[in-house]
Design a protein around this ligand. Structure first.
Ligand SMILES: [Fe+2]
Length: 388
């Protein structure tokens, strides 16, 4: 049994890594990039940072600055036209997970045509597209190191998951200094998303020795620094640790898959527009408690790697420590309850069956150590509501 591992060809990591952008372009043989980003990145001056680096090397570029959070196919089509007509030879994806996911989809459609529905799972996207150089400005989604993109079909609200080596960025520039102006809410939500990636990859039925090493490192880096980085924005060591942890967690889940938390989380985004990291945070303690009995050693090890217990001699103690830490993270980082977020109880309960079906249809719950039936998923949603 062997494992196929996919990674970006180049990863430039650390403070000031962004300055290596021109050299990265040269190494990839790219000369005419198009920047794909959102309006906030322009306002915050991040786009200028990139264009100044390019201008200093006399590199011409294009710019599309209208990417959306939770991108829909409609929102990316103007960029597909721009990229095709401009004959750019690579894309610079600057921003959070949505901007990077958007750039992956633009590269795919600009290179091969069709619609995103043509490429959704279970089809494997293995054809080569325009190279994407991912420059994350959040420490969370790990999209810079994953072979996946999620694009919404606005007509059906379906979040279409597309996966395959053809969606892996060619390069990732992981510079934690680009995250220093993140608002606390976004730092918290994206950080919990990254922690969820690490835990789910570690307990996944598709985990392997390689993904385990990335997941363990990510749990250490994120688990031991997430609260610090959110509580003290000047703690640069913590910020650096969480940024690297988020990328490694991306590598881990890209090669081992996510599981039940993500499967149940996406429908909360579709029906109630809960941001991705927040919906994971709302579900993580409940789903972890449900799943522990099917992988007691691995969940105890999660507690150890997060620095909560010294060893796993007493698994019960380790499980207690893990669950209370996940709840403490939510309380400390002021993760709202579903009700506080504005979800109406009646609507929520009326949507439970549909959400459970959609969670199962995503395939992610099949990777969970404890396999949940539709009825069990409904119960878990209710528990998540009631335990708030
Ligand atoms: Fe995620």
């Amino acid at each position: 049994m062997t494992t196929t591992i996919n990674l970006p060809k180049i990863m430039q990591i650390g403070a000031g890594a962004i300055n290596a952008l021109p050299a990265t372009l040269e190494n990839l043989g790219c000369q005419y990039p198009c920047i794909i980003t959102d309006a906030t990145m322009v306002t915050l001056g991040y786009t200028d940072k990139i264009t100044n680096l390019l201008k200093a090397q006399n590199i011409d570029y294009g710019l599309f600055s209208e990417t959306r959070a939770e991108p829909s196919e409609d929102s990316i089509l103007p960029a597909v036209d721009l990229v095709r007509q401009g004959k750019y030879d690579c894309l610079l994806a600057l921003g959070g997970g949505s901007a990077i996911d958007t750039a992956k989809a633009i590269a795919l459609l600009a290179s091969h045509g069709g619609t995103m529905r043509d490429y959704k799972m279970p089809r494997l996207v293995n054809m080569r597209s325009l190279p994407v150089i991912a420059i994350p400005t959040t420490a969370g989604t790990g999209s810079e190191a994953t072979q996946a993109t999620i694009i919404t079909d606005a007509s059906t609200d379906e979040k279409m998951l597309c996966m395959g080596p053809g969606l892996m960025p060619m390069a990732a520039i992981v510079d934690y200094e680009l995250t220093l102006s993140l608002p606390m809410r976004i730092a918290a939500d994206t950080g919990i998303d990254a922690l969820t990636h690490a835990i789910e990859a570690y307990v996944s039925r598709k985990a392997n020795l390689f993904s385990d090493q990335q997941a363990i490192a990510a749990m250490k880096l994120i688990g031991q620094n997430l609260l610090r980085t959110c509580q003290d924005a000047t703690d640069l060591a913590a910020r650096e640790a969480v940024m690297l942890g988020a990328t490694l967690a991306g590598v881990a889940f890209s090669n081992a898959s996510v599981a039940l938390v993500h499967g149940m989380s996406r429908p909360l985004g579709v029906h109630f527009h809960v941001p991705h990291g927040l919906s994971n945070a709302m579900l993580l303690p409940t789903v972890t408690e449900y799943s522990i009995s099917s992988s007691p050693t691995r969940y105890a090890q999660c507690a150890m790697y997060m620095g909560l217990v010294d060893d796993i001699a007493d698994k019960h103690q380790a499980h207690k420590a893990l669950l209370s830490q996940l709840r403490l993270i939510n309380t400390t980082l002021k993760v709202p309850t579903l009700a506080e977020f504005g979800v109406q109880k009646d609507t929520f309960y009326n949507t439970l069956a549909l959400m459970a079906e959609q969670a199962l249809a995503s395939g992610s719950p099949n990777n969970n150590p404890r396999l949940a039936s539709k009825d069990e998923i409904i119960t878990l949603y209710k528990t998540a509501w009631e335990s708030e």
